[in-house]
Design a protein around this ligand. Structure first.
Ligand code: SF4
Length: 164
């Protein structure tokens, strides 16, 4: 069987974002994976039982790794601590990856769950900083190569490299 790829649900047009919208992506690489039924999708936040719509959330007081070590938190824009749900969502993504033997993921940049190189700065200022979301962090710790929606070709090359 062809290898599976994990893709953020919102990039597949699912209306799962905090504001009820999606960020459906268009790319020949994605089209090819979909045609060959290689795509497994997850929205870690919905998988953890968070509602849509929900308040925007950001990692506050440290990195994703710090959140996983309980020295930073995920908070929503009202200040509520939503760390437990975000950690659970990341763990569910990890379980899915392990179940399907997935080694490559394309996840939505800037998200406190799915971001892989830039996330919001924790001050709800609209500014981004280098960093990763909780799901991306946990997947990388398990050896998954995580890309964003600007890196479809890179992700495809990585998938081919693993197949050799
Ligand atoms: Fe869900 Fe990730 Fe998309 Fe956020 S970025 S809506 S957690 S799939």
């Amino acid at each position: 069987a062809l290898p599976k790829v994990l893709v953020s649900g919102c990039l597949l047009g699912q209306p799962v974002r905090y504001d009820g919208s999606h960020k459906g992506a268009q790319h020949p690489v994605l089209d090819g994976w979909l045609a060959k039924q290689q795509v497994i999708s997850i929205c870690p936040e919905m998988a953890a039982g968070l509602p849509t719509p929900r308040l925007a959330a950001e990692i506050v007081g440290g990195s994703a790794i710090a959140v996983l070590r309980h020295t930073a938190q995920v908070r929503d824009s009202a200040g509520n601590d939503v760390t437990a749900a975000f950690v659970q969502g990341a763990q569910l993504a990890l379980q899915l990856v392990q179940r399907h033997g997935i080694r490559v993921a394309v996840l939505k940049e800037f998200s406190p769950s799915c971001g892989s190189s830039q996330i919001y700065d924790g001050q709800f200022s609209g500014h981004t900083v280098p960093g990763e979301g909780l799901a991306s962090s946990l997947l990388r710790q398990a050896g998954v190569a995580v890309f964003n929606e600007y890196q479809w070709d890179e992700a495809a090359r990585q998938l081919e490299a693993y197949a050799v």
